[in-house]
Design a protein around this ligand. Structure first.
Ligand SMILES: C=CC1=C(C)c2cc3[nH]c(cc4nc(cc5[nH]c(cc1n2)c(C)c5CCC(=O)O)C(CCC(=O)O)=C4C)c(C)c3C=C
Ligand SMILES: [Fe+2]
Length: 426
């Protein structure tokens, strides 16, 4: 984390102090990262080449959606406590400025943790000093509740931003569901993600309060073909058949909102569904391998579809085994969730494993913090989840305890733009 970076000689020296390291530093951080950052005026690369590098903040779409999923998450939902529209806009402008800095490995404010007046509270909390950008992305979203009467936004509420229906077997906890605003922080270093959320919450003091937040470790999806498929806490490869950043045609059709969808301010944005799904891992761990594999419809070792050999072999729902039964059962998770079961509904999944300690009854409080981006949840998440909630044998081992839906606006174009400008000024 550098001290400022606006361009003064002192600041350039500071950046060199952190990034222009000698051989020992270069060995620690990786050659790619040092090369990128000692060329001070070079824009960040479109794709980070090491886990230290920054991702660009400005662009048509917000970073943190198709960005190759980083390993760590801190997700927060806020309630807006001010009733003044101007204060909300001011907050979004302040957040944008801080996010543009934080994602490039700088401190949240221009004085930083130690550069301000001793009498004043620092404008950065300091725990990321000395840490690189670590691939931090910050992605903002607006909840359904933001579009009530408080800020004059009711007539701008997009039709896809409609409260999710109650699904069979939902056991949602209201205190950890919903929210007026959200920020998803993803990074390769948990301290960098937590630092970013903490500083945005600090900046929001008096205008927003944290409603709930969730830490995640270990991505459970790939969002790029360059990534290997990770595993969820049930031990299965997760994210094989995901929308990926290389699928530009599918992303256009299934991910990005367009002006013709009815809310021009959302063009280039996407809708985000989060579900905290607790796993009864102790019960799962006593289930036979054969049953585990039948539940998902893929084998545990390779992640291959049952009846096939390799992870990326195509799913064949018609193929039958010697017993005349389909290799992939009619209620297998991958069959129920497959686009062919739901009018081609597709999701860009971007979830994380979580373990929130144990529950006092000797069980891990663990599971999947499910995150999915899409163009219209009414046509994508809702039908898929309805099918899963009704028929998926996995339900014996999981419990949905939190749910939220947000409209993530398009990306911030440049330093004169801010998160949500198209909504508030559009
Ligand atoms: C409503 C959407 C989904 C929820 C909720 C969900 C929960 C959930 N999933 C797993 C593990 C796996 N899911 C896999 C595939 C898969 N899952 C969904 C959707 C939801 N999953 C989709 C759309 C797909 C892809 C289907 C396809 O087109 O093939 C897999 C297989 C590997 C993969 O393709 O990702 C696993 C494993 C868990 C553990 C879970 C809740 C805790
Ligand atoms: Fe799934």
């Amino acid at each position: 984390m550098t001290t400022d970076g606006q361009g003064s000689a002192k600041e350039r020296v500071s950046r060199r102090k952190v990034f222009g390291l000698g051989a020992a530093g270069a060995a620690t951080l990786g050659a790619g990262m040092v090369a990128a950052n000692t060329l001070l005026d070079e824009p960040p690369q479109a794709h980070a080449t090491s886990t230290s590098d920054p991702f660009p903040f400005y662009g048509e779409h917000q970073a943190g959606i198709v960005t190759p999923a980083q390993d760590r998450l801190h997700f927060v939902a806020f309630d807006v406590t001010t009733d003044k529209r101007a204060e909300l806009v001011e907050l979004l402008q302040e957040w944008t400025a801080a996010a543009a800095r934080l994602t490039q490995g700088k401190e949240a404010g221009s004085y930083g943790a130690v550069g301000g007046a001793p009498e004043a509270a620092p404008d950065d909390t300091g725990e990321a000093l000395g840490l690189p950008a670590s691939g931090l992305t910050l992605t903002v979203g607006f909840g359904t509740s933001l579009f009530d009467d408080r800020f004059g936004l009711a007539r701008h509420r997009p039709a896809p931003l409609t409260d999710l229906p109650k699904f069979p077997k939902d056991q949602l906890i209201p205190e950890i569901s919903g929210g007026d605003l959200c920020v998803q922080a993803c990074a390769h270093d948990p301290q960098v993600a937590v630092h970013a959320i903490r500083n945005l919450a600090r900046i929001g003091f008096g205008k927003v309060s944290v409603r709930w937040s969730q830490l995640g470790f270990g991505r459970t999806s790939s969002t790029s073909r360059a990534q290997s498929t990770p595993r969820n806490l049930m031990g299965f490869k997760d994210g094989t058949n995901n929308l990926k950043l290389e699928d530009s045609g599918l992303l256009r059709d299934h991910l990005w909102a367009a002006a013709q969808d009815g809310s021009p301010w959302m063009a280039g944005g996407a809708y985000l569904v989060t579900r905290k799904i607790r796993m009864m891992v102790e019960t799962w761990d006593r289930t036979s391998l054969a049953e585990q594999e039948q539940i998902f419809g893929r084998n545990k070792g390779e992640g291959a579809p049952l009846g096939k050999r390799a992870e990326f072999d195509p799913l064949d729902f018609a193929a039958k085994g010697p017993d005349g039964e389909p290799h992939i059962k009619s209620d297998a998770h991958v069959r129920l969730a497959h686009p062919s079961s739901h009018a081609d509904a597709r999701l860009l999944r971007r979830g994380y494993n979580f373990v929130d300690g144990s529950d006092g009854l000797g069980r891990l409080d663990a599971g999947l913090f499910f995150i999915a981006y899409q163009r219209d949840p009414r046509k994508q998440f809702v039908p898929v989840q309805m099918g899963l909630a009704r028929n998926d044998p996995l339900n014996e081992y999981i419990k949905h305890v939190s749910s939220a839906l947000f409209a993530c606006p398009p990306g911030v174009r440049d330093g004169g733009d801010y998160w949500g400008r198209t909504l508030f000024e559009g």
